[in-house]
Design a binder for this molecule. Sequence first.
Ligand SMILES: [Zn+2]
Ligand SMILES: [Zn+2]
Length: 260
Amino acid sequence: MAFQITKEMLVGSLMPVVVYWVYGGLYTMLGYTCNNYRLHPKEDEDNKNFASKQTVIRGVLFQQFRQFIATNLLYMLTRGNDAGASSGQSTSLFVIARQFIVAMFVFDTYQYFVHRYLHQNKFLYKHLHSKHHRLVVSYPFGAIYSHPVEGLLFDIIGGTLAIFVSGMSPMTSAFFSSFCNMKSVDDHCGLILPGNPFHFFFTNNTAYHDLHHQLYGGKYNFSQPFFSIWDKVCGTYMPYELEKREEGGFKLRPVKECKN
Ligand SMILES: [Zn+2]
Ligand SMILES: [Zn+2]
């Protein structure tokens, strides 16, 4: 009975996958039509990156398959973890908001230090994290393209830790994972669209993370996916400005000189 896959588990583990591709698909379509809001010319997605789009799509689908298995195993092992979170008829919005904030902070803290270490340790960078950095010009569905071990470290262990510490129910954690996926897709979408609520609420956003993907930005802006606190506390924040490109769209200009 304890190892039974329920409808709730299936919905919970598939929701983040659907959100990733729907939100990513929307941005992919906008990327063709919104040239005046792009951070890089469209053709640079093929010319400047070190992985083809087919390779990236295949890698992301495998990563999502592994996440699907891990999420369902986690659900099976932690049935009842929702005690206190969903023990009543419904969890109050206040409790859900508190759980989201705790989970965001835990996830961000974990990701900052792991991410920074993956850059500092040359062996780990070469064999793990450099795969994500094959995308110098990032695009929406490349958001979680990474080495399988990195996917395990970042998303599966980090996400599990955030969900466990915040005490989320399986259904709340499905919404949280979907929200994380939306934020990651947004950070890699390559578009600075007016009215984007993520850009309004988070200083860590598309331009912030795009700087990290540039060859000059690999030692800066490690924070992801929500806040920029740890970069500012630890001195790895690289401020930047957005300039208009002559042919339309924007480009990043670091305000300080980057030390490589
Ligand atoms: Zn990185
Ligand atoms: Zn990235």
